[in-house]
Write a protein that binds this ligand. Structure first.
Ligand code: PAF
Length: 280
């Protein structure tokens, strides 16, 4: 595995692979890799000649008072894990390489970024789409792999790729879960023992919603209320949102008569976790 921390170095690696006619697969991450990331990397390995992984804790997607400084970082451990999963090139630019002095350009996807996580994190998706657009321009991948745990992010990036006529194909990969159902996340390390035990309520409430839907429930408000009741019954959990929108365009709906995204965000102490399910 080759490690590069400059944009020029990254471009040189991709240029070499292109000369050999290789397909480039890309997994953008913020590091502190877990099994969810490794699943994305293995999938990229299966489908690409050159596998590029980026590790960049992107300051522009954190709001004031969020965990940018505290976000877990361990480059040495990440490099070993990335290599083991099949990475060819690890790109870990410093902040000044991505956002030099005078940086002033942002990419914004409108509408769908104002709801769900965008409602409580108003500048988050602007930061995500800006950094992902920059990374796509630097790496120029054929394929880019994103986890379905951040489902709104996946849909927003697909929208950006379509709207800006980018050549990359965005591949969504199913959420990887702990044995008890908790979706894997770098932020799970913030949970203490009792919060970790309580956090299983997210996947359990979504499973209950899937059962109710399978049994014929077609009222979005009824389904959201079922999930909210289950989460609120857990004393350590504070609901940020339980919402249902049409999938994949995230429009408001009156009945469950088309595919929908049921998404939840819940705080356990200072840690905010998200999870979702698509009902078809
Ligand atoms: O999902 C993430 O880890 C980040 O939002 C991403 C896509 C790497 C952009 O910083």
């Amino acid at each position: 595995m080759i490690e590069v921390d400059t944009i020029a170095g990254m471009r040189a690696q991709v240029a070499g692979a292109r000369r050999e006619g290789q397909t480039v697969g890309f997994v953008p991450t913020m590091g502190y890799l877990h099994e969810g990331h490794l699943t994305l990397i293995r999938r990229a390995r299966e489908e690409s000649g050159l596998v590029v992984v980026s590790i960049f804790v992107n300051p522009t997607q954190f709001g004031p008072g969020e965990d940018f400084e505290a976000y877990p970082r361990d480059l040495e451990r990440d490099a070993a894990l990335a290599e083991g999963a099949g990475t060819d090139v690890l790109f870990y630019p410093p902040v000044r390489e991505m956002y030099p002095d005078g940086y002033a350009t942002y990419v914004t996807v409108e509408g769908m970024t104002a709801k769900l996580c965008g409602a409580s994190r108003p500048t988050h998706f602007r930061g995500v789409t800006t950094v992902v657009a920059k990374l796509f321009h630097i790496v120029e991948p054929d394929l880019a792999f994103f986890g379905e745990k951040d489902h709104q992010q996946l849909l927003v990036i697909k929208r950006m790729v379509t709207d800006l006529n980018l050549k990359v194909t965005v591949v969504g990969v199913p959420t990887v879960r702990e044995p008890d159902g908790l979706a894997m996340s770098s932020r799970n390390v913030y949970l203490n023992g009792s919060q970790r035990a309580a956090a299983v309520v997210l996947s359990r409430s979504l499973a209950a919603a899937r059962e109710a839907f399978a049994a014929g429930e077609r009222d979005p408000a009824g389904l959201a209320a079922l999930v909210r009741r289950m989460i609120e019954a857990e004393p350590l959990a504070a609901v940020d949102y339980v919402e249902i929108y049409s999938w994949p365009d995230l429009a408001d709906i009156g009945r469950l008569d088309r595919p929908v995204l049921l998404a939840v965000a819940v705080r356990f102490g200072r840690t905010r976790l998200i999870d979702n399910t698509v009902l078809r």
